[in-house]
Design a protein around this ligand. Structure first.
Ligand code: LLP
Length: 424
């Protein structure tokens, strides 16, 4: 459930008319709903009530400090995959003791930063990384609590670009290498084995592959304990899917939590979750303005002021985002079939193909729904377009939580090389 609804024919985020935000901030821009973020975090927390559980919001899905601060207040921890995300989480007030560090390519500098901050856990993804972490920890007289991310060789379904738990994916340690690597971890200075980690993909609506992966990991946990490892935690990653359109019916958090309770029963483990999309996805929209309509022989193009640089999911994953007009169209409004495209000079700059929408005129505004996860975080300044701004709504008020840079700011980090700069 989210808080984007029509009131008197105008699309609102909570109690704020989205047209008002579009007027004041300009389009394209992202708008997030605090009430929705809080609600989603609460739904997950209550589904896991009674289980020893850390909810580490996956910062990669939406790393805005305003969003992270909202979730920090709800007691969320963070799953980070870079030194930058770690600093964002800390800055937003998420305690280091609730932060886990995932990702296949941590640098020594990022490890040092995380060790000095005192994070909850490193999710280690290779032998090389484990050895490097041992060196960095010993050099700094610190100890790294680790889980090894294992690759359970389970296909999660969904788009191939977001599946991570199959043999051949770059993620995790191959299943047959896991136990030898735990043995090595136990012998390395500066390393303290605390858990096992798995994450099989994203936008997973079906609990069957998740259960299969988690059961495999429980088997591994038992064997590791028998071998003398003190496994106290199980990090089950993120990946729970959300509805993007009518008819989508992903497993709800309650069923996910019940499945996890069943699989981990009697093990005495702290469960760590890394939900991203299920918290942030339906908590955000991207607003855009229609620029032109262009009739081609077989296609009716609707050209809008947002591009794939602002929201890349359709271009990258064939992702569907519902498109709603900010001014509600009546039941008897004309309808048209559009290819909705942006201004970027790339053929993949297409948000929707043959989409049936109420007829739209230049100047009218639209909202791309379910854009709170992997939206603004994946935006770029391609075609020298300013990075898209972000707005957070809270009841009847809103604040700009990232403003649009002006041209001077966009080029502030660049310079003309010295040899082209005439000296006096
Ligand atoms: N943990 C790890 C280790 C991950 O790699 C991810 C997502 C998550 C947690 C959070 O997954 P979530 O709960 O959000 O599904 N850009 C793609 C999705 C990429 C997901 C990457 N990893 C998209 O827009 O669909």
């Amino acid at each position: 459930m989210h808080h984007f609804t029509y009131k008197d024919g105008r699309l609102h985020c909570e109690d704020v008319d989205l047209n008002r935000i579009a007027d004041e901030v300009g389009t394209p821009c992202y708008v997030y709903s605090s009430a929705t973020l809080v609600r989603h975090a609460g739904v997950i927390a209550s589904a896991f009530e009674g289980q020893d559980c850390l909810i580490a919001f996956s910062v990669k899905s939406n790393g805005n400090i305003g969003v992270l601060s909202t979730l920090a207040r709800e007691g969320c921890g963070a799953d980070v995959v870079s030194g930058g995300e770690l600093q964002r989480a800390l800055k937003a007030g998420i305690p280091a003791s609730k932060i886990v560090f995932s990702g296949v390519g941590k640098t020594a500098e990022e490890m040092r930063l995380a060790l000095q901050a005192g994070i909850h856990q490193f999710n280690v993804e290779s032998a090389g990384e484990l050895r490097r972490l041992s060196e960095v920890a010993t050099m700094n007289n610190l100890e790294a609590p680790i889980a090894i991310r294992v690759n359970p060789d389970v296909a999660a379904g969904g788009h191939p670009n977001i599946s991570t738990g199959k043999k051949g994916d770059k993620f995790g340690v191959p299943w047959s290498d896991a136990e030898p690597l735990y043995a090595e971890a136990a012998s390395l200075p500066g390393i303290r084995v605390v858990g096992v980690d798995v994450h099989i993909g994203s936008q997973i609506g079906d609990l069957v592959p998740m259960r299969a992966a988690f059961e495999k990991v429980i088997g591994l946990t038992r064997r590791l304990r028998e071998a003398g490892h003190d496994i106290q935690r199980l990090d089950l990653g993120g990946g729970l899917g959300i509805p993007y359109k009518a008819g989508d019916d992903p497993a709800p958090p309650s069923a996910y939590a019940a499945m996890i309770a069943e699989v981990t029963a009697g093990m005495g483990l702290q469960v760590i979750l890394e939900p991203g999309r299920v918290i942030s996805g339906n908590a955000g929209v991207m607003l855009s303005t229609v620029l032109y309509e262009k009739q081609a022989p077989d296609t009716n193009f609707l050209i809008i002021d947002a591009g794939m640089n602002d929201l890349i999911r359709p271009a990258l994953y064939d992702a569907h985002h519902d498109i709603l007009p900010l001014d509600e169209s009546g039941a008897d409004a004309d309808r048209k079939t559009y290819d909705v495209v942006g201004p970027i000079c790339e053929s993949t700059d297409k948000f929707a193909k043959s989409r049936d929408l109420s007829a739209l005129q230049p100047g009218q505004r639209i909202a791309f729904m379910s854009a709170g996860a992997y939206g603004a975080v994946l935006s770029s300044a391609y075609n020298a377009r300013p990075l898209v701004p972000e707005v957070l709504v809270n009841g009847a008020s809103f604040d700009i939580i990232r403003r649009r840079p002006d041209f001077e700011e966009m080029i502030a980090l660049e310079k003309v090389p010295d040899w082209l700069t005439p000296t006096a």
